[in-house]
Design a protein around this ligand. Sequence first.
Ligand code: GLU
Length: 315
Amino acid sequence: MTSAGRFAPSPSGELHVGNLRTAILAWLFARSSGRRFLMRVEDLDRARAGAEAEQLRDLTAIGVDWDGGVVRQTDREHLYTAAIARLTEAGRTYECFCTRREIQEAPSAPHAPLGAYPGTCRNLGTAERAAKRAVRPAAIRLRADVAEATVRDVLHGRYTGVVDDFVLRRNDGVTAYNLAVVVDDAAQGIDQVVRGDDLLPSTPRQAYLASLLDMPVPEYAHVPLVLNADGARLAKRDGAVTLSDLALAGVTADEVRDALLASLGLPPGPLKHAVAAFDPAALPREPWVWPGMPDPQPGTATRPGPEATARRLDS
Ligand code: GLU
């Protein structure tokens, strides 16, 4: 299988300019290193009807293309089930009956890192498990034998983070992201993972799980997020931040693409022209603040025209 990068959006709503910037980066990392580029819709959870089509439309509009068909996680349950079965046979899983509240209120184990599962259900006896099963369905957790792991990241260097007994399958039967992402990346031959740096803290868990499943650990590049004017992570409530909102304000997809490329120090125009100029070592390491849209003037009914907006996006 040839090597590949990917973009893996969760179809919970329209992509905003921060997501689009990450997609452009993932595409550039893959294309500039001769990799294939795959599109995987992570629809196990939080999927909203229609969102996948909107996301793929917007990715196409800014010039992000992909090889082969779109892969959806909801079509791949058999792979996740097989991976959990394999871990279970190796004594690497256990049933957990804790509610979120019980986990929050449990005294944490001595020296346990912040946010780590306290291990409440790790050593339940058969009778205790049976009694708890009668009350609520179990989640499946990994039985980890390390407390942390170190990964290498193209932008962050060596990164060490928590590995705890994280959830593999939730008690409502939904496969957890951390398991699905590892199984899918390996099954799809993805050896380069480029995504927002909010996911860096999950990465040691994923790399550890890959090693338990004898799956290769991909190269990671966690890229800076896009922030709003207050320095918080960009969100839908920050005004016109999706292509459709921006189009209503007269900004074209090409203009958005060019503004995103400019924020990366790359020339405007079709993405393929940026491939030659793309140098991961020269990427900005700081988050980018979305310059936003000018508010309509009081008393005027219309938004500023495309030129005003394009100037604003360039600044
Ligand atoms: N589906 C995840 C998200 O949209 C991304 C997962 C990944 O790239 O590993 O946040």
